[in-house]
Design a protein around this ligand. Sequence first.
Ligand SMILES: Nc1ncnc2c1ncn2[C@@H]1O[C@H](COP(=O)(O)OP(=O)(O)OP(=O)(O)O)[C@@H](O)[C@H]1O
Ligand SMILES: [Mg+2]
Length: 217
Amino acid sequence: MSSLFITFEGLDGSGKSTHLRRAVSWLEERGVPVCQTHEPGGTPLGDAIRRVFLDSQWGQIDGRVEAMLVFASRRQHLLELIEPTLAAGTHVLCDRFTDSSCAYQGSGRGLPADWIDQLDLLATERRRPDVTLYFDLPATSAYERGRSASRWARGDVDRLDDENLAFYERVRHRYLELVAADPERFRVIDSDGDKENTWHQVEAFLEQIFRPPEVTP
Ligand SMILES: Nc1ncnc2c1ncn2[C@@H]1O[C@H](COP(=O)(O)OP(=O)(O)OP(=O)(O)O)[C@@H](O)[C@H]1O
Ligand SMILES: [Mg+2]
């Protein structure tokens, strides 16, 4: 089996990071070579861009500037980490990728889809993951989770958490359009239930993809 590039997508608070960590542990326990990474970031330069991107001190960053920052980080990530890791035979599990740009910078911030597409062409030559797990839940649930007291207490909130519910609605709508346009690539995970329910869906996917080869006598 050639190594797979798998991305985790969804609204803030949809459970991407929680289940990505668990999926990595699940694979490591079975001896499957796996690399865990995230966007924006994933490289020293990318993580520096991420800090700029998420820092509230800049106030409202222009949508085009934001898009260029994330695609700059993405190109570095592909060249420095993702492609070499896949070429070396290790699966890559990545928290967010270009679908996030389409949903957040596109529908969320209102950048025309063809601008995003031009940046995508320039930065990634329209590189798509092999599989994308999309964690779906109503915008209201994500909004509430994103604002939960525990996350605020941990300081685990960033500039995007300040956006309003309508923003989340637009982002979810765009994600669902992306899923409809490329159903082969996406696997929709219903993440509106409790964590174990969500995990069982992720585990079922992992079992299907990483099933050990059948030994013929
Ligand atoms: N079904 C569920 N799956 C995952 N997390 C859940 C679920 N129900 C509640 N949570 C809680 O929601 C919060 C958000 O989870 P997590 O940080 O994994 O989301 P995320 O998609 O990575 O968000 P962000 O985009 O903001 O990083 C956590 O505090 C988690 O405990
Ligand atoms: Mg996260």
